[in-house]
Design a binder for this molecule. Structure first.
Ligand SMILES: *Cc1c(COP(=O)(O)O)cnc(C)c1O
Length: 375
């Protein structure tokens, strides 16, 4: 079908075009420049954090933050098993070992009780724990009211993977501002995009300065090229920072469109036996992706049946992330599990949620959903 409806395509238009062209014409075509500085300042201001560092990807931001927190060989880092692989990969880049902990089945976010158990078990075994990396799943903040005291009691720093959660908040605090450091992603399918890019956030100026230094090949501040550390080439291009600034100006409007879609899904599936929305009571969510969770016994059908029906009508859906402990690449990793992530992987289905979805496309999605539910 030609007019295929995608899950979360980029939402760009005339404002992005103007910003991008302006940056190109300014002559700053490099991984530094005034657009990068302004993008960092604007995001730090919006989230009320002390410092921000624009990087080539969210993965790069996770990697540098873990390095700055001291993660390395012989250490472990706790990561939710229900996440995108980048969270776990960044741990492996440092030489540390990821340990996977299961999620709360209502929200898909890191389960505080299991985290507590994992910390106790790892410390009892004499393992050194460099960090805990909670993920704000699909744009809903994890339960930091419970997670932060548990990590503080264990003396382990928190790195918030808010890659999916820009614009979300919980208990009056914005996503990205909960841990010692936080990470955002501007990949093509995220709530705002620079085509590819990321941001590291922290109130700790030394952490930001250290990561800034590492992100530019660890170059010493002297005229000749002098290096005392192995660095990385991780900075965001000035052109892409301009794109990000345009997107940031439209963030609230884009969240509102995603929220309107979520409310329509809530209405469409409301009262359908055995079906619920993932994290549906989290009003601080940025509504990045809306997911239904289907109990096949109660509903009489499976998430996969709905997926097949929508696919036949040219509508893209996806399962939730395949849990990390089920991934062949992490087959030997330590995990602390309840079965919740595996059940969400089996029964969850993520539906078209993008802010670029036209009203006509949205109507097509909901017509198809209603035909499925009525059939
Ligand atoms: C997208 C994403 C990342 C990685 O971000 P990139 O910018 O694509 O490198 C990390 N963690 C989570 C949870 C993500 O969804």
């Amino acid at each position: 079908m030609s007019d295929r409806i995608l899950l979360s395509p980029p939402d760009v238009g005339p404002l992005e075009e103007a910003y991008l062209l302006g940056a190109l014409r300014s002559g700053w075509v490099a991984p530094l420049g005034p657009e990068v500085d302004a993008f960092e300042r604007e995001l730090a201001d919006r989230l009320g954090v002390g410092g921000a560092l624009a990087l080539a990807s969210g993965t790069a931001a996770l990697h540098l933050a873990l390095v700055a927190l001291g993660a390395g060989p012989g250490q472990v880092v706790i990561v939710p098993t229900l996440t995108f692989v980048a969270t776990a990969n960044a741990v492996v880049y440092t030489g540390a070992e990821p340990v996977f902990v299961d999620c709360d089945e209502t929200t898909g976010n890191l389960d505080p009780e299991l985290l507590d158990r994992a910390l106790t078990r790892l410390r009892g075994a004499g393992r050194r724990i460099a960090a805990v990396v909670p993920v704000d799943m699909f744009g809903s903040c994890a339960d930091y009211g419970r997670l932060l005291p548990i990590c503080a009691a264990a003396g382990v720093p928190v790195l918030e993977d808010a890659a999916e959660a820009l614009g979300a908040q919980r208990d009056g605090r914005p996503a990205g501002a909960f841990g010692r450091a936080g990470v955002l992603s501007f990949n093509g399918n995220k709530i705002i995009t620079t085509s590819g890019g990321g941001m590291l956030l922290s109130d700790d100026p030394e952490l930001i300065a250290r990561c800034r230094y590492l992100s530019t090949q660890a170059r010493q501040p002297v005229a000749h090229y002098e290096h005392h550390d192995v660095g990385y080439n991780y900075r965001l291009s000035n052109l892409l920072a301009a794109l990000g600034r345009a997107q940031l100006r439209r963030l609230d409007q884009m969240i509102a469109r995603r929220r309107a879609l979520r409310e329509r899904y809530a209405k469409a599936f409301g009262g359908v036996p055995g079906v619920r929305l993932l994290a549906d009571d989290d009003h601080g969510s940025n509504c990045w992706l809306t997911t239904v969770v289907v109990s096949p016994v109660e509903a009489g059908w499976r998430a996969a049946d709905l997926a097949a029906h929508l696919a036949a009508e040219g509508i893209e859906t996806r399962p939730v992330w395949k849990p990390m402990h089920l991934q062949p690449v992490f087959a030997t990793a330590t995990s602390v599990l309840s079965g919740a992530a595996e059940r969400l992987f089996a029964d969850g289905l993520t539906l078209p949620s993008g802010s670029a979805l036209s009203d006509r496309q949205a109507d097509r999605v909901f017509d198809a959903v209603h035909r499925f539910l009525d059939g």
